[in-house]
Design a protein around this ligand. Structure first.
Ligand SMILES: Cc1cc2nc3c(=O)[nH]c(=O)nc-3n(C[C@H](O)[C@H](O)[C@H](O)COP(=O)(O)O)c2cc1C
Ligand code: SF4
Length: 550
């Protein structure tokens, strides 16, 4: 495949699509598939046959369109009409009323002028709702693999790294480490073999951002990884994806085969000296295997347990070789940065947190689903404008970001800009993108207990502070929530949290106390209210002294 071949393929596909008057995009991501979008596809196809429209209208399965709580979703192109809660009768009506009679099906129409849509800036998710994830030609038709072609044929590896560095992109897996810096470290280490790894473990409860990208735009990840391989000098990549994501695994397998068939993965890519292959490694769904050193061990076929760092994977990773490890969303940003330039990317977001972030918006909020917003957007805009606020009659209380490693942002700080520094200053983290909204009905001690329960179960048990500490912290939270704890228990809880944070071996234990510390910081009164009242001595005067609660 040459650069000219790629351009020709893109033109052929664009011309093929232009033959259709409409493209009906039904959501083929796991959420909508689970509520019957395949039946909707069949019904649309049947109705098109009956109306003699099958040759003029294309029916396409596409990636997540965001409004997951209202699925199955169907979008009509080119007019961009979005329909929600489409059942089989509605599917038929879309064909008969929208396509044949030219009249929109008003009762299922989504108002796309709502801030849920207008406040979004789509880079990572730009192809979801636009292309068929299972056809490489569709990806190529929207500029797919152009960035790889540009990198390999026009740029030196150091120039690619410089572009990524100047873009200000930071790792989307949680910690926000500067991506260009990490790539530069791996590049500099001299070694016969190097590896590129994509962390698609996504273990945070409720998070499905990475899954949606893999299902909706798998080639974007392959392209990002191949560019990374070229930049750091690696010839082999691995995607570590959990077994609970069968659809993402299928789409990745298909995408890898297609890219190999066209020579976009394999030897002498774009007739250069660059060779790069990607294989999948399937994880068994342990949260700790998302931690980079545990993930690497798991790929090596060993038990997925973390090891102390340094050495960091950039220097000594997979099979002891320098390894670049990035998150799915991080790789998804690479092709657009190479195509459109670092200045375009760093112009979005804030000076220290550039670009966008994908969030899975959930909890006590009217509009739930997947959103992609510019970094620095005020939390208020996400909760009240995009999310539509909390259900009627309830009041916003807090938003939890960062899942089991994160914290709660209370309503007094609802105007905080959502960027790495501002969230850290409030004791929370950006995390990988889970955002759970809580209202006046939520009990913050229960919230802390829920996350500690998760960490206790997921602790690998290798080090004592985390293995034993999470059990004790959970026990104390349980005691508090049952109204059986004293002020001494609360003091012990705080002491234990600090100890587990400071002495655990890996990020799981180091961050497990965060939800407790954060709720203690902003909602201590809820803990205090549950404490057992101290017993006081009450002289009875009749010689039978008693105690009573103060
Ligand atoms: C317990 C634990 C679980 C993690 N899970 C994930 C995960 O599912 N996905 C991910 O990308 N990073 C996860 N991380 C962070 C990774 O160790 C690593 O920092 C990240 O993948 C690096 O990619 P980035 O620089 O692109 O963010 C986890 C870390 C810890 C401590
Ligand atoms: S902190 Fe927890 S998860 Fe990490 S190594 Fe120690 S026991 Fe295992």
């Amino acid at each position: 495949m040459t650069v000219e071949d790629l351009q020709e393929l893109a033109e052929q596909e664009q011309q093929r699509q232009q033959k259709f008057t409409h493209r009906i995009m039904y959501c083929a991501a796991a959420g909508c598939v689970s509520c019957g979008s395949q039946n909707i596809r069949d019904m649309i196809k049947k109705a098109l046959q009956e109306k003699d429209l099958a040759a003029h209208v294309e029916v396409v399965g596409t990636g997540c369109m965001g409004l997951c709580g209202e699925g199955p979703l169907v979008k009509i192109l080119p007019e961009e009409t979005l329909y929600q809660r489409v059942d089989e009768p509605t599917a038929r009506r879309i064909v008969e009323e929208h396509l044949v009679a030219g009249k929109k099906v008003e009762d299922h129409l989504v108002d796309t002028s709502h801030p849920f849509f207008t406040e979004q800036v789509k880079i990572v998710l730009e192809n979801c709702g636009r292309i068929d994830a299972e056809k490489i030609e569709e990806y190529i038709a929207v500029g797919g693999y152009d960035a790889l072609a540009k990198a390999v044929t026009e740029l030196q590896p150091a120039e690619v790294i410089e572009e990524v560095r100047k873009s200000g992109l930071r790792g989307r897996g949680g910690a926000g480490y500067p991506t260009g810096l990490k790539w530069g470290i791996v590049r500099k280490v001299a070694s016969d073999a190097k590896y590129v790894v994509c962390n698609a473990d996504e273990g945070d409860p409720g998070a499905f951002m990475d899954r949606s990208v893999l299902e909706g735009d798998p080639h974007r990840i392959l392209e990002g990884m191949a560019i990374a391989g070229y930049a750091v000098g690696a010839q082999q990549g691995y995607i570590y994806v959990r077994a609970e994501y069968p659809l993402a695994i299928d789409r990745l397998r298909t995408a890898i085969k297609q890219a190999e068939r066209l020579g976009l993965l394999g030897n002498r890519i774009f007739e250069s000296q660059f060779n790069f292959r990607i294989d999948l490694r399937i994880g068994a769904g342990a949260f700790v295997c998302g931690e980079e050193t545990a993930l690497i061990r798991s790929i090596e076929g060993r038990r997925g347990r973390p090891r102390p760092r340094p050495p960091y994977p950039s220097e000594k990773g997979l099979w002891g070789m320098p390894t670049l490890l990035n998150n799915v969303e991080t790789y998804a940003n690479i092709a657009p940065i190479i195509n459109r330039g670092f200045a375009w990317f760093s112009g979005i977001g804030t000076p220290k947190s550039s670009g966008t972030k994908v969030f899975a918006l959930a909890g006590e909020i009217r509009n739930t689903g997947l959103i992609e917003v510019p970094m620095g957007i005020p939390l208020r805009k996400i909760v009240f404008d995009m999310g539509g606020g909390t259900p009627e009659g309830t009041e916003f209380k807090a938003a939890q970001t960062g899942g089991p490693s994160g914290g709660c942002i209370p309503k007094e700080h609802v105007d905080v800009p959502v960027d790495y520094e501002s969230l850290n200053a409030l004791g929370s983290i950006m995390g990988s993108g889970g955002m759970i909204v809580m209202n006046s009905t939520s009990n913050m001690v229960d919230v802390a207990k829920y996350f500690m329960d998760f960490c206790r179960d997921e602790s690998c048990g290798k080090c004592v502070p985390c293995r034993v500490g999470t059990v004790h912290i959970h026990g104390l939270l349980d005691k508090i929530s049952q109204g059986k704890a004293t002020t001494d228990d609360l003091a012990l809880l705080e002491e234990l949290c600090v100890m587990v944070k400071e002495t655990s071996l890996c990020g799981l234990g180091q961050s497990a106390p965060n939800p407790v510390l954060s709720t203690l910081r902003f909602f201590r009164h809820e803990y205090d209210a549950l404490l057992k009242k101290p017993e006081v001595y009450v002289p009875s005067g009749d010689g039978h002294d008693t105690t009573s609660h103060a």
